[in-house]
Design a binder for this molecule. Structure first.
Ligand code: BG6
Length: 483
């Protein structure tokens, strides 16, 4: 069963960058789905704000097209789409000047939640935050939502935090990492802390290693200029993968409460060892399959930016000492698949003479596609023969378990925006968390940049560079297949 929808308070949500790609693909279609479900009530409003001169009617037309393109057909209800569009407004605004701000202020209603989504370049965060206050658009309860990239190193993240802190309290700032809004990512906490089964085994005594894989088939074509300044480490590891690692490695918080959860995640980040250069493999996809390679897509023939990274990470604390976490992520790989695999150790003693067929227990948490969980366990091979063992999956696909209701599971962005309106920061990154993640990331990047390291080429459609295999083989372990 998908949980009952509880409507959120009435709100005015302003989306800066309201005509941009993220707004059109994710934020606005997501809000329509929340409206359709009844979670966004019909007295709430959404105000698009961007540079272009658009009328309300133009903006509504653009949003109608986004819904047509990005919401599955089965969720198109013409009457509800009309009602949703009537809740939309548009204001042309100059983020770096004074134009449009008074118009925006005149649209704000008293006594409703005010939220401001900064779906713009980070270089505009400070200007927008300041003008929200100087023009009296924001009030003391207002929330601001900021998108990644939140800085490109520790110094720039600290500067951004300081700029925002001049205008808003930490309790008003919602730093989005959309991975935290994914259903299965939250399920990680439910699996660990709502069951007695796993937690007693959740430590280096019983867990051999953890693999976190986020494999993508897409290239960076179309966003190569941005990506080339970032690379897989900054684009995926410092944020999304770090969050996954934290949720697996953290201690149980005393309560499911924003600061309690974020305090525990922060302790994990602080316990991460520096990563040795020999524990990192960087790759760059080559041309193939009728498409150009990374250097063509980034329009930088001498690019040394990685589109793939694999690394071995150690969490130096009592619970995890001796259990490595292997992370890998890349573009143009064999399949789009994201999963966390927890491999348990061997039983201390085998009572079976014939250990043929024996394999270790593995708990696989699938983030996408086909969200679900899979626990590999050993059973007796059926039949009259001797006591031979075989491994079988205890498989739970959420789509199968939930049937049609799985379609109602909100997308990461929808869920997170509703949390902003509810004033719940649990699934958002706190300033100190982001800074700690950069403090760990910076020396790793500086080390390879200092040496002028070039990533190893890999063929598209594969599971990445050869050296990544060695990273595991060296430790007598194997990556799980990407498929
Ligand atoms: C984004 C990255 O944050 O996450 C992209 O900038 C990446 O490079 C994307 O493709 C992956 O998100 P998802 O939800 O498709 O796994």
């Amino acid at each position: 069963m998908v949980s009952r929808v509880i409507p959120v308070e009435v709100f005015d949500l302003v989306i800066f960058g309201g005509t941009g790609d993220l707004a059109r693909r994710k934020i606005l279609p997501g809000l329509y789905r929340r409206f359709l479900s009844g979670q966004m009530t019909s007295d709430s409003r959404i105000i698009g704000a961007a540079r272009g001169e658009l009328s309300d009617a133009d903006f509504r037309k653009m949003v109608a097209e986004s819904i047509a393109e990005f919401v599955p057909k089965g969720r198109h209800d013409p009457a509800i789409i009309e009602a949703f569009l009537s809740r939309l407004h548009y204001v042309a605004i100059d983020a770096k000047g004074e134009g449009g701000w008074d118009n925006l202020k005149s649209l704000m209603r008293p006594d409703v939640v005010r939220a401001f989504y900064f779906s713009v370049a980070p270089s505009l965060f400070g200007d927008i935050a300041a003008r929200l206050n100087t023009h009296g658009v924001a009030d003391a309860q207002s929330r601001i939502v900021v998108e990644k990239p939140f800085g490109r190193d520790l110094a720039s993240a600290q500067a951004l935090n300081a700029t925002l802190a001049q205008q808003f309290a930490e309790s008003q700032i919602y730093r989005i990492d959309h991975y935290l809004g994914k259903e299965t990512v939250q399920n990680l906490m439910a699996v660990r802390f709502a069951n007695i089964l796993f937690e007693p085994l959740w430590k280096s005594e019983y867990i051999d290693h953890v693999q976190i894989t986020v494999a993508e088939t897409v290239s960076v074509e179309g966003r190569g200029a941005y990506y080339d300044k970032s690379g897989a480490m900054r684009d995926m590891v410092q944020n999304h993968m770090m969050q996954l690692l934290c949720l697996i490695a953290m201690e149980p918080p005393y309560h499911f409460d924003p600061d309690a959860v974020r305090d525990e995640k922060l302790k994990v980040i602080r316990a991460l060892d520096p990563v040795r250069p020999e524990d990192i493999v960087r790759g760059q996809y080559l041309a193939g399959g009728g498409q150009g390679g990374y250097v063509a897509h980034s329009e930088n023939p001498s690019s040394k930016t990685e589109s793939y990274i694999a690394m071995k990470v150690n969490v130096s604390n009592w619970r995890w000492k001796g259990t490595p976490f292997y992370l890998r992520t890349g573009k143009r790989l064999r399949a789009r698949t994201s999963e966390i695999a927890i491999t348990f150790k061997e039983p201390p003693h085998s009572i079976f003479d014939d250990a043929e067929g024996w394999r270790e227990n593995v708990l696989v948490i699938r983030l996408q596609p086909d969200e679900g969980m899979n626990l590999m366990v050993m059973i007796k091979e059926p039949g009259p023969g001797g006591m031979r063992l075989m491994q079988v999956p205890l498989d739970m696909s959420f789509a199968e378990a939930l049937g049609d209701e799985a379609e109602d599971i909100p997308d990461a962005y929808e869920r997170l925006i509703m949390d902003v309106i509810r004033g719940n920061q649990t699934l958002f990154m706190r300033g100190d968390e982001v800074e700690a993640a950069w403090a760990w990331t910076d020396p790793i990047i500086n080390a390879w940049e200092g040496k002028g390291d070039k990533p190893q080429g890999y063929d598209p459609g594969t599971s990445g560079p050869e050296d990544a295999l060695m990273l595991m083989h060296r430790d007598a372990r194997r990556w799980r297949e990407i498929r």
